[in-house]
Structures are given as C-alpha cells and as structure tokens.
Design a protein around this ligand. Structure first.
Ligand code: AMP
Length: 139
C-alpha cells in the first residue's frame, strides 16, 4: 500500500491537525494519544514518511527509538508508573489503524487493566495539562 500523505499523523507533522505535543526535534514528534489505553499513553512518530517499520530508513529508526526512550522516561516519571509497555503495530492484520509508523508508550501498573485500543476519547483539558507536565519534564 502506498503511503497516504493525508493520514492524521502526516497532518500533525505538517501542523494541519492539532495534537497534545510533549516533544519535538528535527526527526521525531511525540504527543498524547487522544484515546488512551492508560493515563499518559503517548505516541512517538518519525517525521519521515513511512507506513511501517519496514519502510523506515536506519537513521529514522535510530531517531525514533532514541526519542521513544527519552519520552518514555518522562511519561514514567510524571505518571509514577512502575511499568511502561512499548507497542508498535505493522499492518492492519497486526491491528495498525493509522498508517504512519509510531511507537505506543503505555504506562502500566499491576492490577489496572488497559482501556480498549482507540475506543474512547479522553477529556481534552486533562490531556492538555498532562502534556504540559511531560513536556516540562523533558526540558
Ligand atoms: P495503531 O492502531 O497502532 O495504528 O494506533 C493508532 C493510535 O492513534 C490509536 O491508539 C489511536 O487512539 C490514536 N489516534 C488516532 N487519532 C489520533 C489523534 N488525532 N491524535 C492522537 N492520537 C490519535
């Protein structure tokens, strides 16, 4: 499947769609998932156009995991989560629903179940406040 330049993450990269941004550098952007599976669920994407891990250049792959590691540490600190789940889905058959590669950073605590994937929108005021805290931790 050819990369769709009008997917929602491509629009976020171009500034054509809003997001609750927590981090940006020359190669990557991280923002809160608006339908979080847990409080603090964050997505990290490369700016390079790539649908899946198999389409990504080695340089972008390196930048993506470096940002994921950095942002995951801030998410862990802000949410005070003992565990962090990283997930990355490739292809519809794997459950991918937005066709621009991304890592999910999902805080985990034992005994607390995850919300369903991409189901319910969170309160945007709460997301805004959480994004500000994670962003401040990364300064
Ligand atoms: P995946 O199924 O791995 O492709 O995950 C896509 C994720 O993007 C889901 O967890 C959605 O909740 C999330 N999502 C969809 N649209 C947006 C958006 N506009 N801003 C932030 N997250 C989004």
């Amino acid at each position: 499947m050819a990369y769709d330049p009008n997917n929602i993450f491509a629009k976020i990269i171009r500034g054509e769609a809003p997001c609750f941004k927590v981090y940006e550098d020359n190669s990557t952007i991280a923002f809160l998932d608006i339908m979080p599976q847990a409080e603090g669920h964050t997505l990290v994407i490369p700016k390079e156009r790539a649908e899946t891990i198999f389409d990504l250049s080695p340089d972008s792959a390196a930048a993506l995991i470096t940002t994921t590691q950095k942002v995951a540490a801030a998410v862990k600190q802000v949410t005070k989560s003992p565990g962090i789940l990283l997930a990355q889905l490739n292809g519809a058959a794997a459950g991918q629903s937005v066709f621009h590669i991304h890592f999910h950073i999902i805080p985990r605590s034992s005994g607390i179940d995850l919300n369903l994937h991409a189901r319910d929108k969170a309160d945007f005021d709460k997301l805004k406040s959480l994004a500000a805290k994670i962003s401040a931790t990364l300064q």
